[in-house]
Write a protein that binds this ligand. Structure first.
Ligand SMILES: NC(=O)c1ccc[n+]([C@@H]2O[C@H](COP(=O)([O-])OP(=O)(O)OC[C@H]3O[C@@H](n4cnc5c(N)ncnc54)[C@H](OP(=O)(O)O)[C@@H]3O)[C@@H](O)[C@H]2O)c1
Length: 237
C-alpha cells in the first residue's frame, strides 16, 4: 500500500455491521490500514476482531449487534448518539443450501433469510442513516446473485430473492433521500473464500476487500445509487 493510501481515511469514521469474520473483518482491516476510525459490530466476541484491537488502539471500537434484535439496534443507536459517520456499511448476511428451490424451502428458513438479508439490514440503514451527512456513503453487501437481470441459471433462489429485495429497498431509501447528495451502494464482493463462499471460491478476502475499499473511495462524493462490484464495475439491477 502506498503512503498516501495509509492516511486517506484519517479523520473519517466508518461503521461496519457484521465484522466478526469473513468480508466484514477484512473491510475493518482495510479501513484501519488506511487511517480510518472504525466502529465494528459483532453478535458475540470475535477473537479475530479483538486481536486487531491490540494494534488499532482507539481507532477500533467494537460494538454488539444482532441485526435481528430490534432492541439491540435501539441500544446501539443510543450509544452512538450523534457520532458522525462518513461510511455506514451493512455487511452481515446468511446463505442457504443452493439447491433448495422456492418450492422446497421451509417457511421458517425463507423468513429467516429474508429477515437477515433484507429486513434487518434495511432497518439498520433506516435507523442510522441520519448519522451520515453529505457527502457520506451508505452501503449494503449485496451479491451479483441479487441481480434480477443477470439471473439466467437459477440456484440459490431464496438468497437471490433476499438480495434483490435488499437492492430494491436501498433504491427506495436513495429515492426518498435524493436531495441529500450521499452515495448509496449495493456492493457485489465477488465470490470469496469465507465460511459462506467456501474453499472453492476464486477470490481471497484480501483481494475482495481491498477492491471494495478502493471502489468506496473512488465513488465517495458521487451522489446517487449504484450496484457495483469489488472491481468498481456497475451491474444491471
Ligand atoms: N463470500 C462470498 O462469496 C459472498 C458473495 C456475495 C455476497 N456475499 C455477502 O457478503 C456478506 C458477508 O459474507 P461472508 O462471506 O463474509 O460471510 P460469513 O463469513 O458467513 O460472515 C457472515 C457475517 O454476518 C454476520 N451475521 C449473520 N447474521 C447476523 C445477524 N443476525 N446480525 C449481525 N450479524 C450477523 C456473521 O456474524 P456471526 O459470526 O455472529 O455469525 C458474520 O460476521 C454477506 O452479506 C454475504 O451475503 C458474500
Amino acid at each position: 500500500m502506498s503512503d498516501s493510501n495509509r492516511t486517506i481515511g484519517v479523520g473519517r469514521t466508518a461503521l461496519f455491521v457484521g465484522a466478526s469474520r469473513g468480508l466484514g473483518l477484512g473491510l475493518v482491516q482495510q479501513h484501519l490500514a488506511r487511517g480510518w476510525k472504525v466502529i465494528a459490530t459483532v453478535r458475540k466476541p470475535s477473537d479475530a476482531l479483538h486481536a486487531l484491537s491490540a494494534e488499532a488502539g482507539d481507532s477500533l471500537v467494537i460494538e454488539t449487534l444482532d441485526m435481528n434484535e430490534p432492541a439491540q439496534l435501539e441500544a446501539l443507536a443510543d450509544r452512538l448518539g450523534s457520532t458522525r459517520l462518513d461510511l455506514l456499511f451493512v455487511n452481515a448476511g446468511v446463505a442457504h443450501d443452493p439447491s433448495q428451490t422456492i418450492g422446497s424451502v421451509s417457511d421458517e428458513q425463507f423468513f429467516h433469510i429474508l429477515r437477515t438479508n433484507t429486513l434487518s439490514p434495511m432497518r439498520v440503514v433506516e435507523r442510522l442513516e441520519g448519522l451520515v451527512p453529505s457527502p457520506g456513503t451508505i452501503a449494503v453487501m449485496s451479491s451479483s446473485l441479487g441481480s434480477v437481470a443477470m439471473n439466467e441459471t437459477g440456484g440459490y433462489e431464496t438468497y437471490r430473492a433476499s438480495k434483490a429485495a435488499l437492492d430494491t429497498l436501498l433504491r427506495s431509501v436513495a429515492a426518498r433521500r435524493k436531495d441529500s447528495r450521499r452515495t448509496f451502494l449495493a456492493v457485489d464482493p465477488g465470490w470469496v473464500r469465507t465460511d459462506m463462499g467456501g474453499p472453492g471460491a476464486n477470490l481471497d478476502v484480501e483481494t475482495s476487500t481491498s477492491g471494495v475499499t478502493g471502489m468506496l473511495e473512488a465513488r465517495r462524493g458521487t451522489p446517487g445509487v449504484f450496484f457495483v462490484t469489488y472491481a468498481n464495475k456497475e451491474l444491471p439491477w
